[in-house]
Structures are given as C-alpha cells and as structure tokens.
Design a protein around this ligand. Sequence first.
Ligand SMILES: N[C@@H](CCC(=O)N[C@@H](CS)C(=O)NCC(=O)O)C(=O)O
Length: 221
Amino acid sequence: MRTLYHYPLSPFSRKVRVFMKEKHLEFDLVLENFWEKRRELLAMNPAAQVPVLKEEGRIIADSTAICEYIEETSRDVPLIGKTPIERAEVRRIAGWFNNKFYYEVSKYLLDEKVFKYLRREGAPRSEFIRAGKENIRYHLDYIGFLRRNQRWLAGDEFSLADITAAAHISVLDYLGDVPWHQNEVAKEWYTLVKSRPSFKAILADRVSGFPPSSHYDNPDF
Ligand SMILES: N[C@@H](CCC(=O)N[C@@H](CS)C(=O)NCC(=O)O)C(=O)O
C-alpha cells in the first residue's frame, strides 16, 4: 500500500507522480492543502511541504529523497543513470530545476498567481510575475542547448532530469506562462514528454478557480 500526499499544482509532487508511473508503481493520491498545515502533515513532514510518500507505514518526505528511495528499491528501468558519471549528470540537471529554475521562475509565478490566493495573502505583485516570465526564457534556451546533441536532457535515455524539468514546466504551462515560440527544440522536447503515458494524469489535473491554458493538454500545441 503506497500513498502520495500531494498538491496538483506543486511541481515537486508532479515529479514524484511521474517518476512512480515510469516505475510502474501503484499508488493512491491524497490531496494535501499544505498551507493549512494539518497536524497529520506536520507529523509526517515537519517542513509542512508536499510531497510526502507513505509506503507500508514508512514515511518519506522531500521529492528528491522519495525518487532516490524508489530508484534504489525498484527493479524497473533506471531513471537516475546507469554509471556514476551518468548519475552525476542526471542529478546536476535535476538539481538545476529543483533549485535554480524553482527560485528564478516557478516560485515567483506560482506563489504570486496561485499560492498567495489560496493562503489569502493579498494581490499578486506584478514585478515578481514579470521577473518569472523574463527568467523562464533563459531556461528554455538552456533546455534547447542541453538537447543539441542528444535526445533527452541528460543523455539519450529519459531520466529524472527530464521528469524534474517537465514537472516544473508543466505547472507553468498550466498557468499559460511558457513562451514556447522562444525555443523550438525545447518545445519539441516537451512534446515528447507530454506524449508519455506517465504524464497522462498530470495533463488531466484541474484546480478549481484556476482553469488551465487552452493548449495545456493538447499533445500538438
Ligand atoms: N525540497 C522539497 C520542496 C517541496 C516544496 O517546496 N513544496 C511546496 C509546494 S510546491 C510546499 O509544500 N510549500 C510549502 C512551504 O514551503 O511552506 C521537495 O523537493 O519536496
């Protein structure tokens, strides 16, 4: 029995959902409104963050810790590289999106457009939204650069690097904040990710009060 406590517009939750689907693992989803800081959430994760995985009574918090745990315990196809040098590159790029991309793009746009509203923290600040929209352009070009000689972001195998980048980008695409015309190679990469069965449930996500962009679940956007 495996349960993931998640929030649909959390990029970190999405990363774990896709990762577990790629590993062909069965799991239940529990919607966690993390800003309410439920006592049960705090007991599982004192950071009061999603995602949290509960598996056979064991509790694992933090999306990276969860993915590493699954990688080490599943016998399915490796998603964090086969050799030490491959693993280093997958982790470097996943780290780029978990940290650099998150703090330069996702956090600005998500906090201002969605989480502030849910936490009743007042109106979005336009300068933060502008900064997120400006910064995403450089990250799309970086995705295009990474793919100049290879199929996926960390090499020719689909990996946690692609899952992490796509999880963050998919939330911004839901909000209509990805300027796809900026980089055709990045767009082609995301089209490939979108067509994977592991991504189907992500494209079906809907959050009341926040309708998705018109092309969000369109494979040919
Ligand atoms: N390092 C954590 C970050 C998770 C995270 O920041 N989740 C956000 C939702 S997207 C959250 O729960 N924020 C609430 C908070 O930080 O108080 C992970 O990878 O799981």
